[in-house]
Ligand binder design. Structure first.
Ligand SMILES: Nc1ncnc2c1ncn2[C@@H]1O[C@H](COP(=O)(O)OP(=O)(O)OP(=O)(O)O)[C@@H](O)[C@H]1O
Length: 206
């Protein structure tokens, strides 16, 4: 069980961002991508998901094309993607049904203390409340592979600590791939750190 990226290259007009990235993510563990602003973290995630054009010789989960394995993977890039007219509960129920999850919605709402606002329209949420909703969606999905872009953005210190405990626990049985600008908080829990320099992705395993 692996997520394999084979010779991934991403270019935008006049700019190559990722060059010839080949890597195998195992089905367990916490992978942290650390790199300065604008170096290509989000680009890698989008390319893995097929949300942007790339050249590659295959992106697979368990040796099958990722496009046929969507229920094994969860990625929701940013709370900016939320439809502000919907409620948090709408999103949680949607994810539960689409990912055929057995995780009770109520347990995740309680875990993140979202009872007071989960039924309200997202337009009434603070930044941190939106981020908690986004994290709750990952927990509900219960997907084997989770790609989380800047997952602790907008969270207060206690919530970031709680998130780290949860990620650490989930990484015992799932593959968590994340990037963060609070890297010092995640680094102690990361099994592998990937960095991007001059379009090359380098792993701490190498
Ligand atoms: N759609 C696009 N068209 C042109 N250039 C793009 C596009 N998307 C990203 N880029 C460029 O690709 C580079 C990498 O962007 P990316 O968003 O992947 O960086 P990042 O490492 O996630 O940054 P940050 O830490 O700021 O979130 C940047 O130079 C950016 O300007």
């Amino acid at each position: 069980m692996t997520l394999r990226v084979n010779k991934l290259t991403v270019s935008f007009p006049n700019q190559r961002v990722i060059n010839n990235f080949t890597y195998t993510f195992n089905d367990k563990g916490l992978y942290l991508i650390v790199a300065p602003n604008g170096s290509g973290k989000t680009t890698i995630f989008r390319a893995i998901l097929g949300l942007i054009n790339s050249s590659n010789q295959g992106i697979t989960i368990n040796e099958r094309p990722i496009s046929s394995q969507r229920s094994k993977l969860f990625y929701y890039e940013s709370s900016n993607w939320f439809d502000l007219n919907l409620s948090g509960l709408d999103y949680l129920k949607f994810v539960k049904s689409q990912w055929h999850s057995t995780v009770p919605v109520e347990s995740v709402i309680k875990l993140w203390n979202m009872q007071g606002y989960v039924k309200k329209a997202i337009r009434k949420y603070s930044l941190g409340m939106k981020q908690k909703l986004l994290i709750a969606m990952y927990l509900i999905s219960d997907a084997d592979y989770m790609i989380m872009d800047e997952i602790n953005n907008g969270l207060d210190e206690d919530s970031r600590k709680q998130l780290m405990q949860i990620l650490n626990q989930m990484a015992q049985s799932k593959c968590i791939i994340t990037s963060s600008h609070y890297k010092d908080e995640i680094m102690p829990y990361a099994n592998t750190v990937l960095t991007i320099k001059n379009c090359q992705v380098v792993s701490s395993d190498d």
